[in-house]
Design a protein around this ligand. Structure first.
Ligand code: SF4
Length: 343
């Protein structure tokens, strides 16, 4: 593969541009197309929600961007164009591993749902923070220590200087997740991919972290991809949202437009499932999308949502293509739902 590196006036328009990305797993049971031709663009300082049920391909999208897909998985097609602060565009799909190592954790970082997956339990958190900084910056240990204290304070860890010498198990779950966010932030990356990082936290801690993320996004200009199954988090945090189903983005748009006027029946179902949502289903029992997400090894013919969809007809036996309404809005469905239509 050749490495695409270029500079262009358009470079500043996006920090990340994913084009027709495909990631598959070659298993003994068959080929699993976990990410199947997705495209989206992320601007500097933007927060994009990536929502969908388990197995929809959200996390694999994140790992694909990090180029951290383990065998038997592999990216088979597409581009992940990254434009950092130097305004040079590189394609992360074809970037040599040595250069990718320079970017990973430095310009593009990831926060996992369980902070203990990314924290080393046997190392003091001060060591983990400073080593992440020293791996990419030519600074003294003292400067790295000062930087570690600074990011810990920014993510709301009290008594940061003293707590540098503590081990991960000495912190609560919420504080550990703040440390994971501090590690992701320490090099001021251009993009952070957060994979359900607040799911296991109580509502108060979650709200505090979401508030900090918005503040940090404004202050650092960091763009976020916030992976979640929870649309209420997206409503509170993101400007745009991509809805994934069976490895594809089935609807994309601004959070306001998607919440006000969902067009894909799956998106409408996700919104109707939000407790207390003011929809046509208000005052009725909480809605649940019927059935389960399909196995990626045996997808139904045509639209993968067909067996669960109240609007399905024989047209849906053909795979729908993207319908683009504007630069920032598309959906993938033969029969987009009308506002107010019942599910
Ligand atoms: Fe439902 Fe058909 Fe639209 Fe698929 S294409 S979501 S089955 S109406």
């Amino acid at each position: 593969m050749t490495t695409a590196v270029s500079a262009s006036p358009a470079a500043s328009l996006f920090v990340l541009q994913v084009e027709n990305l495909k990631t598959q797993f070659d298993t003994s049971a068959g080929v699993v197309r976990a990410v199947d031709g997705i495209s989206f663009s992320l601007k500097r300082g933007e927060v994009m929600g990536l929502v969908g049920e388990s197995g929809s391909g959200k996390s694999i999208t994140g790992y694909s961007i990090m180029r951290a897909i383990d065998k038997p998985g592999r990216i088979t097609e597409g581009h992940i164009k990254f434009c950092g602060r130097d305004n040079k565009i590189v394609d992360l799909v074809s970037l040599p591993e040595r250069q990718m190592r320079d970017l990973r954790g430095n310009r593009v970082a990831m926060i996992l749902q369980d902070p203990m997956m990314s924290l080393n339990p046997s190392l003091r958190i001060g060591t983990q923070l400073t080593e992440t900084y020293l791996a990419h910056k030519k600074v003294s240990k003292q400067e790295a220590r000062e930087r570690a204290i600074n990011v810990m304070q920014r993510v709301g860890i009290p008594d940061a200087e003293r707590r540098l010498s503590a081990y991960p198990h000495e912190f609560s779950g919420g504080m550990r997740q703040r440390i994971a966010i501090a590690i992701a932030l320490i090099n001021e990356p251009d993009v952070i991919i957060a994979d359900e990082p607040t799911t296991a936290l109580d509502v108060t801690t979650q709200a505090q972290i979401l508030f900090e993320v918005q503040k940090l996004s404004r202050e650092f200009g960091t763009a976020w991809i916030w992976i979640t199954h929870d649309l209420t988090i997206v409503a509170a945090l993101a400007q745009n949202v991509a809805v994934m189903y069976a490895g594809k983005i089935v609807e994309y748009g601004s959070v306001a437009s998607i919440l006000d006027r969902p067009l894909h029946p799956y998106t409408k179902g996700l919104i109707a499932s939000i407790p207390g949502h003011n929809s046509t289903l208000a005052n009725k029992r909480l809605y649940q999308i019927p059935g389960n997400a399909p196995s990626l090894l045996s997808l139904p013919r045509g639209c993968p949502f067909r067996p669960r969809c109240a609007y399905a007809d024989s047209t849906c036996l053909e795979t729908p293509a993207d319908t683009k309404l504007s630069e920032n809005r598309f959906y993938r469905c033969w029969h987009p739902v009308e506002t107010g239509a019942a599910l």
